[in-house]
Design a protein around this ligand. Sequence first.
Ligand SMILES: [Zn+2]
Ligand SMILES: [Zn+2]
Length: 391
Amino acid sequence: MSDFLDPQDLEELVALRRDLHAHPELGFEEERTSAIVKTFLADCGIAVEDGIGKTGVVGTLKRGNGTTSIALRADMDALAMPETATERPYRSTVPGKMHACGHDGHTVMLLGAARKLARSRSFSGTVHFVFQPAEEGRGGAQAMVDDGLFERFSIDRFYGLHNMPGIPIGEMAVVVGPQLASSDRWEVTFKGVGTHGGKPHLGLDPTVAAGQFLSAIHTIVSRKVDPVEAAVVSACAIQAGDFEALNVIPDEVRIGGTARAYSHAVRDLIEAEIGRIAAGVAAATGIGAAYDYRRGMPPVINEADATQRALQAAQAALGTANVATAYPPSTAGDDFAIFSGKVPGAYVWLGNGPAQDGALHHNTRYDFNDAAIEPGVRFWTTLVEQELQAR
Ligand SMILES: [Zn+2]
Ligand SMILES: [Zn+2]
């Protein structure tokens, strides 16, 4: 496997990965990173378009007369958090910013594959290398779509990859169906009439409604969602009254939380049910309720045919025994869902080796494992060669 990339290329990719790690940039601020990406792609003779979704970059490589066109995504952004592994020679040079999700590695692996494919010309068709900004909750995928990603480039299938600590190096998981949950936020405000705590009959107490509401929302997952489907409804913030005024019933109680699901139908159901319970409890207690449900990221759901194609590539690249076809979905989210909601897509997990010191994604000691670069490049390259078979 070590002969796939020549040692000098691999050395260069490792050095670049560490350079990106040392210079993390937050979403939509990836000026330095996208400049490096642009130069790298251009040096490979790949057509480059930049400024798509502010700092996003798309490299396009077209060979032969194949008519299929696929897109591969790497995210480029870092997180607003400190890196605590001070012994790491290439640790973050920017206080409060860190590549704690491995997007430095994702960027480098896709660049490595782009160069390999530009040299080998071992395919016929079109591949778009999509370097996305602002994956970490800042809406980078949507910004690229709003800038005409799907109008400017024809894309038949979209593929995404994320590293996963706990999966051994040289192994992958390619699984059909839900991979990552939707992540939405909701708020309910119960509006009563405040009064003297000793004279509750003179007001309309919103805390009673809030109490009933808080226990009732847990019937959504247990009684409304199909038992074989997974979902989460959590209340995470409550605001009302004042501990300096324990003889005053407040006018309002504000409650907010998160909702997660792995299917569009369950997501719709949760949105409707929280609102129905809020309105029902308010009616029963004779007060008002305001309800706001804000949709964040949709769930990442791997389409069957694209997943099968990714699986075949992973098996060819790393060996059948090294590719799992079952892996538990994550309750985190990824806005790759925006891309794979438009065309068939698949999102795959690449082994990052053991979680060093228990450091998983978004941990201050996390690091992308450079030993994953070669298997990652190998997967991307094989996927393109298989998807765009030269005749
Ligand atoms: Zn992340
Ligand atoms: Zn990530």
